[in-house]
Write a protein that binds this ligand. Structure first.
Ligand SMILES: [Zn+2]
Length: 277
C-alpha cells in the first residue's frame, strides 16, 4: 500500500471511530439528563420501546435506509440523531488530521493524544446538546473529566508529546479555570443577587484548564466564548424582541471557545511569541 493510501485509510478509521462514538453520544444526550444508565438497556425506539436491532443501529446509514422511521411502529425518528453522528464523525477526522498531521507521526504519543483530545471533544459536543435543551452540564463531561485531563497530560509527557501541559500545569489549569468562574459566580451573588452563570460552567472550565493549562488558554477560551455568546445572545434578543435575561446557556459557548483553542491555539501562541520575541 502506498503511503497516501495508508494515510487515507487511517483517516477513514478515525471517521468510523467518530461515527460510532457519535451513536453512543446520542444515548448520552437522551439518557444522562434523566439519570438513566448509558450502557443498559440497549437502544430502543422512544415511541414504542422496541429494542433496536444491531443492523438498524448503524450510524447515519440506518436512519437513511429506514427513511427516518422506526421499523416497528413507523414513528418518525428525529434527524438530530444522524446529524449528531455525522457531526462527530467529521470532527474526529478533523481532530485526527490536526493531532497526527502526517503519517510520519503515526505513533503511540500522537494516537494517545488523539484519544485524549477526542474525549474532550466528545464531552464538549454532548454537553452542548444537553445544556441547550436542559440547561445542565453533566458532571461526567466537566468535573469528573478533570482527572482524565491531568492523567492524560502526565502520560503524554511521559511519552514525549510536547504540546500537552505537564501534569503540574494541568492541575494549575483546572484550579484556575474552576476558581475563576467560581469567583465570578460569587461576585454575581454579591452584586446582582442572582446567578451570573451556573456551577456547571465553572466545572466545565476546570476541565478545559486540565487539558490546556491555565495560560494563555483559559483567558482565550473565556474571551472567544463571551464574544460569540454575546453576539448570538444580542441577536437572539433583537430577533425575538425579548429581554436578554432569556438566558442562553453559557456552556456551549465555552465549549466553542475550547474547540477553537484546540484547533488554532498552538498556532496563535507561536505567532504571538514571534511577534513579541
Ligand atoms: Zn417504534
Amino acid at each position: 500500500m502506498t503511503v497516501d493510501a495508508a494515510w487515507l485509510m487511517f483517516q477513514a478509521f478515525a471517521g468510523i471511530f467518530g461515527l460510532l462514538f457519535g451513536s453512543f453520544m446520542n444515548v448520552c444526550i437522551a439518557r444522562m439528563p434523566e439519570d438513566r444508565s448509558v450502557v443498559y438497556p440497549g437502544s430502543a425506539c422512544p415511541s414504542c420501546g422496541t429494542a433496536i436491532k444491531p443492523y438498524d443501529n448503524v450510524p447515519v446509514l440506518a436512519w437513511l435506509w429506514l427513511g427516518g422511521k422506526c421499523r416497528a411502529c413507523k414513528a418518525s425518528i428525529s434527524p438530530l440523531y444522524p446529524l449528531v453522528e455525522a457531526m462527530f464523525g467529521v470532527l474526529a477526522v478533523l481532530l485526527f488530521r490536526h493531532v497526527v498531521r502526517d503519517i510520519a507521526y503515526f505513533d503511540a504519543p500522537h494516537l494517545v493524544a488523539f484519544v485524549w483530545y477526542g474525549w474532550l471533544c466528545f464531552a464538549i459536543v454532548a454537553m452542548t446538546f444537553i445544556d441547550l435543551r436542559h440547561k445542565i452540564i453533566p458532571d461526567e463531561f466537566s468535573i469528573y473529566s478533570v482527572p482524565v485531563g491531568i492523567g492524560g497530560a502526565a502520560l503524554l509527557h511521559g511519552l514525549g508529546y510536547e504540546l500537552a501541559p505537564t501534569w503540574q500545569q494541568s492541575v494549575v489549569g483546572a484550579l484556575a479555570g474552576g476558581g475563576l468562574l467560581l469567583g465570578v459566580i460569587g461576585l454575581g451573588w454579591l452584586v446582582y443577587k442572582r446567578e451570573a452563570m451556573g456551577m456547571g460552567d465553572a466545572k466545565l472550565l476546570a476541565a478545559f484548564g486540565a487539558w490546556f493549562g491555565a495560560l494563555p488558554a483559559i483567558p482565550a477560551i473565556l474571551i472567544v466564548g463571551s464574544v460569540v455568546g454575546s453576539l448570538i445572545g444580542v441577536s437572539a434578543a433583537l430577533a425575538t424582541r425579548s429581554s436578554l435575561k432569556l438566558a442562553i446557556p453559557f456552556g456551549p459557548f465555552l465549549g466553542f471557545g475550547a474547540i477553537v483553542w484546540l484547533f488554532f491555539g498552538d498556532n496563535l501562541v507561536i505567532r504571538w511569541a514571534h511577534l513579541f520575541g
